[in-house]
Design a protein around this ligand. Structure first.
Ligand code: UTP
Length: 239
């Protein structure tokens, strides 16, 4: 039976500061064990940009802030987005090669152009400005009719408010896209750190998909999600 799942692997767990090699080693083991246990299983892994995206975007902002020639603000945003996209593609390239036995095709950088799933793992990265890898993950889940979209980042659950700013913030087990949209707002900010970005949220709500937000480093929990056992995390879904 066909079994395709999409995992949006947040840059915050691939490269929180520098590359997290221990995490990548353990992630490779978890994923290959999962694939070995059933030959019908396929995965789409979409990689975020993490620290390199933010470091390079910041460098661009700092240097250009000192220049007298001014670009339009939208051009600055686009430039930062392209820098972030390059970081997502570098991370995806590394992970693609870690799964060489399962991933025979190039990293997907344009989710609108792919229609066939060769091999058992597909790697994808950033596409174009004003989007995020979360958005790419939603598009690919829709295109390949994936049964689950898992969003792995450095937060274990969605909270009712930002826990760093609000001590009363409560973890949420299940939330509708409408309520989640109210939490994340609708502004696009390059490099913004939210559990699922506003553009992806809008599209996910439109196509009535379900997304599981979970702690990326908890690989036992990831295995429970992948194998339909009870897990820690937040399900965001239709009302
Ligand atoms: P992401 O936001 O997808 O990676 O891309 P991340 O922030 O590392 O992942 P999370 O938040 O941990 O899940 C990094 C940056 O690259 C640009 C954006 O500026 C984004 O903030 N980007 C990425 C795009 O402009 N378009 C894309 O399709 C993907």
């Amino acid at each position: 039976m066909r079994d395709i799942k999409v995992i949006s692997v947040g840059g915050s767990i691939i490269a929180p500061e520098t590359l997290d090699i221990d995490f990548l080693r353990a992630f490779r083991t978890t994923i290959t064990d999962y694939l070995k246990n059933d030959s019908d299983r396929k995965l789409i892994l979409v990689c975020g940009g993490g620290s390199p995206a933010r470091t390079y975007q910041r460098a661009f902002r700092e240097i250009t802030a000192e220049l007298s020639e001014r670009k339009e603000r939208s051009e600055f945003d686009q430039a930062q987005d392209w820098i972030g996209i390059a970081a997502t593609r570098l991370n995806a390239e590394l992970i693609k090669h870690l799964f060489w036995e399962y991933c025979p095709v190039q990293v997907i950088t344009d989710p609108s152009s792919i229609s066939l799933f060769h091999g058992r793992v597909l790697l994808a990265a950033g596409w174009k400005p004003g989007r995020s890898t979360d958005y790419v993950a939603v598009l690919l889940a829709e295109k390949f009719q994936a049964d689950t979209l898992i969003n792995l980042s450095n937060i274990p659950k969605v909270y009712s408010a930002d826990p760093k700013k609000n001590a009363d913030a409560k973890p949420i087990d299940r939330i509708s896209w409408k309520k989640f949209g109210e939490l994340v707002g609708d502004a696009w900010i390059p490099g913004k750190n939210v559990p699922f970005d506003p553009v992806a949220t809008e599209y996910a709500a439109k196509i009535h998909i379900e997304v599981i937000v979970a702690a990326g480093r908890d690989l036992e929990n990831l295995n429970r999600i992948l194998t339909d056992s009870s897990f820690e995390g937040t399900v965001i879904g239709p009302d």
